[in-house]
Design a binder for this molecule. Sequence first.
Ligand SMILES: Cc1cc2nc3c(=O)[nH]c(=O)nc-3n(C[C@H](O)[C@H](O)[C@H](O)COP(=O)(O)O)c2cc1C
Length: 190
Amino acid sequence: MKRIIIGISGASGMPLAHTMLLCLRTVPELEIHLIMSGGARRVLQTEYAMPLGELLDYAHVVHEISDMAAAPSSGSWLHSGMIVCPCSMSSLASIASGAGINLLHRAADVTLKERRPLVLVPRETPLNLIHLRNMQTICEAGGIIMPFSPAFYTKEVALDALMRHFTGRVLDQMGIAHNLCIRWQGEEGQ
Ligand SMILES: Cc1cc2nc3c(=O)[nH]c(=O)nc-3n(C[C@H](O)[C@H](O)[C@H](O)COP(=O)(O)O)c2cc1C
């Protein structure tokens, strides 16, 4: 049984977080640990007509954001990696600083120090120099910055298909096998 941590912070992009959880639930032998910030709960309410409980139900374990004693706060608790999707600029800054002020930030910090995959899906545009520098810091510390950047070679236009493909590319970074992507096979193969 593998474990994965999903962090949802208060940036726009709740449909993407939903798609990610939906897809992860289909992966066999994978235990999903969810940490959702207060900001994320607010954005969910504002932009996505999904009751909080329904989103939380995708996780096997939900950890309270304030619970600094929860399992993901320690490197001795083994897991296969963490995805923060969407990642707000506030959470990005906190992770880059190593401040660890809530469980989401602490779990990301621990993931980096244990040299496990940490994928952040930042959501902001345009990016200012502070955002870019924070991304650089995290990248230098071993984190993977993966903005939602749809693949158009698949010729899919439906947002749902684009989000599923992107989710597959994130799972590639985690070393999780899946069937979510049409993969580029060279021009002849398309
Ligand atoms: C409706 C709504 C949408 C937001 N969208 C974004 C966003 O796309 N990117 C971002 O960095 N912050 C966004 N914010 C601001 C964050 O929610 C805010 O900075 C919050 O403190 C983030 O905290 P957290 O990372 O702990 O969730 C949004 C806020 C609201 C209310």
